[in-house]
Design a protein around this ligand. Sequence first.
Ligand SMILES: CCCCCCCCCCCCCC(=O)CC(=O)SCCNC(=O)CCNC(=O)[C@H](O)C(C)(C)COP(=O)(O)OP(=O)(O)OC[C@H]1O[C@@H](n2cnc3c(N)ncnc32)[C@H](O)[C@@H]1OP(=O)(O)O
Ligand SMILES: NC(=O)C1=CN([C@@H]2O[C@H](COP(=O)(O)OP(=O)(O)OC[C@H]3O[C@@H](n4cnc5c(N)ncnc54)[C@H](O)[C@@H]3O)[C@@H](O)[C@H]2O)C=CC1
Length: 302
Amino acid sequence: MIVRAMSSSTQPIKTVAIIGSGLMGSGIAQVAAASGHKVTVVDQSQEIVDKASASIQKSLGRVVKKKFPDDSKAQQTYIADVMSHLSLQTDAVDAVKSADLVIEAIVENLDVKKSLFSSLDKAAPPHTIFASNTSSIPIKDIASSTTRLDRFGGLHFFNPVPVMKLVEVIRIPETSDETYSALEAFGKAVGKTTVQCKDTPGFIVNRLLVPYMMEAVRLVERGEATPRDVDIAMKLGAGYPMGPFELSDYVGLDTMKFIIDGWMEREPNNPLFSKSELLNKLVAEGKLGVKSGEGFYPYNKK
Ligand SMILES: CCCCCCCCCCCCCC(=O)CC(=O)SCCNC(=O)CCNC(=O)[C@H](O)C(C)(C)COP(=O)(O)OP(=O)(O)OC[C@H]1O[C@@H](n2cnc3c(N)ncnc32)[C@H](O)[C@@H]1OP(=O)(O)O
Ligand SMILES: NC(=O)C1=CN([C@@H]2O[C@H](COP(=O)(O)OP(=O)(O)OC[C@H]3O[C@@H](n4cnc5c(N)ncnc54)[C@H](O)[C@@H]3O)[C@@H](O)[C@H]2O)C=CC1
């Protein structure tokens, strides 16, 4: 059953523009297209969107193996159907002109996000709802670059999007009830469980996850254990699917650094968020985790 989300003018959300086709944007695009939405995904170059298209097809390949075991025709038909709901391009302004909902999933940098939303605000129709997938930046700070505070909120998905079942739906004081309901309905329409949270640092999950991850890196920096032993300990001793260093490599160390730097800037006296020399060194060396082929651990280059 497809649950249709409503746009702020109470029309169903049918068309979605997703800006940023990296780890998160491609995952969100996949689940939105798979639930029957017409999706346009935008990134900065054709090469990047081509890579995103390949990664969505690869992920769909994993989905269909479970959905249609031993039926390769049904597998191919499903993938073709989902892909037919998706188009990929490089012009964000053009992409939002017919969107009911715009979801931003670009680099975790306030100025870059504001500059993007400011230009999209002028191009999108009045009814279009804007949402950011930010991990750590206050939604109100991003929304301030637009004139549609009542049609702005946060939709925070989790990585890997096709697998993780949660979406945090964030409202700022100005978010209208209609917009909030539309965002919540969209989260459900793409098959997720939604939770509501105010626009507080880290929302729910990252408010708890970031201090844990930071303490893991400090433990290693103090020479008390190796990353590998910490990861083994948290998987076998606490039942986590990934240890903190595996998860860091999976999230992307550049994104982790953006998150922690932003938090440090906003709360300079909070010792939970003091910087990590080890993280900064890895990022400076271009070791960004799984996506670059090396982070805390080496990976096969894709
Ligand atoms: C230490 C540094 C300190 C820095 C401090 C800074 C801190 C900042 C931290 C903040 C991070 C913020 C990020 C954010 O905003 C929020 C997040 O998203 S946090 C991340 C949340 N995600 C997780 O916690 C993931 C945990 N891991 C897992 O759940 C599993 O390991 C995973 C599902 C990824 C893989 O499972 P595994 O069993 O290991 O491997 P399999 O390959 O067998 O997969 C299992 C199952 O899932 C299917 N699958 C996996 N990936 C995909 C995909 N991309 N698409 C489709 N399907 C996929 C796969 O097919 C398997 O299905 P089966 O049916 O079981 O075969
Ligand atoms: N990596 C993770 O586990 C999670 C990340 N997030 C958040 O999602 C957002 C995206 O993160 P990722 O997908 O991991 O990053 P990523 O680095 O994989 O992808 C970001 C993409 O945005 C593109 N981009 C940058 N500026 C752009 C612009 N002006 N216009 C169009 N595209 C642009 C980049 O080319 C890149 O492809 C960030 O805000 C991050 O904090 C949220 C949940 C989990």
